[in-house]
Ligand binder design. Sequence first.
Ligand code: SF4
Ligand code: SF4
Ligand code: SF4
Length: 342
Amino acid sequence: MPDKIKLALGQGATCSGCDIAVLDLDVELLSLFAIADLSFAPLATDIKYADVEAMADGEITICLFHGAIRNSDNAHSARLLRKKSKIMIAYGVCAAFGGIPGLANVTTTEKILQTVFQDTASTVNPEHIRPQTKYVSPQGHTLELPELYDEVLMLSDIVEVDYLIAACPPTREMNMQLLKVVLDFVQGKAPLPPKGTILALPKTMCDECDRTRPEKIIVDEIKSVDYTRIEADKCLLEQGILCLGPATRAGCNAKCMKANMPCRGCMGPTSAVIDQGASMLSAFASLLKTSNAEHLIPEEQIEKLMEKIRDPLGTFYRFTLPKSLLKKVVDDSNKPFTGAPR
Ligand code: SF4
Ligand code: SF4
Ligand code: SF4
């Protein structure tokens, strides 16, 4: 067997759940570390940027980069690891499509800072002092903080990405599949998949879900999952629960529906769709009306139904706003930011 490969776990704006997802390989971690050494993993090792900078370009075999690009440090890390890595994988939906951090694109950095340090400060800060990107201490030490960007980006917005695993977080099965791809490549058994491959299934979540979905569904009520007795085996949309299955890529084994929860769309859209939120809105709209006059719902009732969707933007674009056609939505009124627009 050739020498061990070098593996990096890079990170941008992340909750680090993706790091934990790697640990979820469990005993298979032994198979991973039998073929790979960790070259960079801020959560687990004390390897610094300077150590990575000292490496030759392309010296790292594979980098799993998780988290969105939210500030100058995220961008620096992504560019450095791209330069030093042969294969760059957008690992997790935040890196692949912007994910939850991408919801910051509903406002501006200025409004966020104003909310946090001025309007609703959670710490005593009478002078409303904001963090500076550079500060020289009385002892003469220069301290630096990354600069927050005004727009949350996907990894592919700033560097070339070879493969994507879009999920929140990638599941054990996805990691096992990735491990097999890497093992087969390292052991010369199979070439790598074509660049740009998304390690998931091409179909939608509804195709993977075991619940029975009738040919025609008419939604005349939107219910909260918290207060509804969910019927097993029956499509959640049919039960009035907003499920993003029709607009979401399959590959997680329909995890949430198995637990009586609707799909929230964390695998992102299928390749056939550019904008997951618009796709789901259009699928949902078609369920509200039907050509069968008997079931035609009056406009006012549709409006009332739509009003029941709390935070529509956060519901339909929960994981993919930076990838969507909207990319960034800014309320340009002067009101301080108080949450996602409703
Ligand atoms: S994809 Fe999910 S688990 Fe991974 S960093 Fe983003 S929010 Fe965390
Ligand atoms: S809408 Fe949701 S519950 Fe219904 S079939 Fe699709 S994934 Fe399953
Ligand atoms: S069912 Fe939907 S929200 Fe749940 S893990 Fe799968 S893609 Fe993500």
